[in-house]
Design a protein around this ligand. Structure first.
Ligand code: HPA
Length: 270
């Protein structure tokens, strides 16, 4: 695995000598945060050896190097999903590359369906924990001990210190911020009403189709993680309406400025 990572790093170094401190993954409908980055270099995924190519509408598909609020970042504008047919190892490979590019923290964003009855469309939820319902794990198979542990601890998957900093920033700006548990499913179907109910009963506050594989891989390599979810629809009895991918993108776009504000201030404090 290390060989493959080094090959990809070798290519990236031919494109830029930029040294990122923070890695950011921009989720569905949340790619506009990249507009706030003073871009030094942007490399389409298709050009990067060993990277998969994104297939979903609303995903730009490039690795962006630059400064956000004065901090050196590398951002994935568009991520890879399990439902696109990639293996968990493939879709999480970019996290390994970012780690070996030198990032000290991984920041992730996503869109999700809220199952907590106190949530509203457009809410921001800071992820405090997750439930992996994807039926797979990116660490299956032989472990490369040089890269990470065989049995990573997940009791502190989402860094408490960073969460507290983000909550303070949100409070300072009067941004309402939920906290909760993200359940990850494969998709690509949205949930049935009974599935949404199940998510809530087992302890989730929202459900989405990403993030967990990347977080597992980051924790495998001891990389601290902060993740935020935009609630784009509600899987709450009495509030469930038909939804489409386009509506999810629209709802995420609407809430994006609040998320961008928190992330761009937060990274200065990491
Ligand atoms: N379910 C799963 N994934 C999602 C949802 C949802 O309701 N909304 C946005 N991503």
């Amino acid at each position: 695995m290390l060989e493959k990572i080094k090959q990809t790093i070798g290519f990236i170094k031919t494109q830029t000598s930029f040294e990122p401190q923070i890695g950011i993954i921009l989720g569905t409908g949340l790619g506009n945060l990249a507009n706030d980055i003073q871009i030094q270099c942007a490399i389409p995924y298709a050009d990067i050896p060993n990277f998969p190519v994104s297939t979903v509408i609303g995903h730009k598909g490039q690795l962006v190097f630059g400064t956000l609020n004065g901090v050196n970042v590398v951002a994935m504008q568009g991520r890879f999903h399990f439902y696109e047919g990639y293996t968990m190892q493939e879709l999480s490979f970019p996290i390994r590359v970012m780690k070996y590019l030198g990032i000290k923290t991984l920041v992730l964003s996503n869109a999700s369906g809220g199952v907590n009855p106190n949530f509203e469309v457009g809410d921001i939820m800071i992820i405090t924990d997750h439930i992996n319902l994807m039926g797979s794990n990116p660490l299956l198979g032989k472990n490369d001990d040089e890269v990470g542990h065989r049995f990573p601890d997940m009791s502190h998957a989402y860094d408490k210190g960073i969460i507290n900093k983000a909550l303070a920033i949100a409070a300072k700006h009067g941004i309402k911020c939920q906290q909760g548990v993200y359940a990850a499913v494969t998709g690509p179907c949205f949930e049935t009403p009974s599935e949404y109910k199940y998510m809530y009963v087992i302890g989730a506050d929202c459900v989405g189709m990403s993030t967990v594989p990347e977080v597992i891989v980051a924790r495998h390599m001891d990389l601290p993680v902060f993740a935020v979810s935009i609630i784009t629809d509600l899987g709450v009895i009495g509030k469930i309406v038909e939804i489409s991918h386009e509506e999810v993108i629209q709802a995420a776009n609407n809430a994006e400025p609040k998320m961008t504000k928190i992330i761009s201030e937060l990274i200065r404090e990491l």
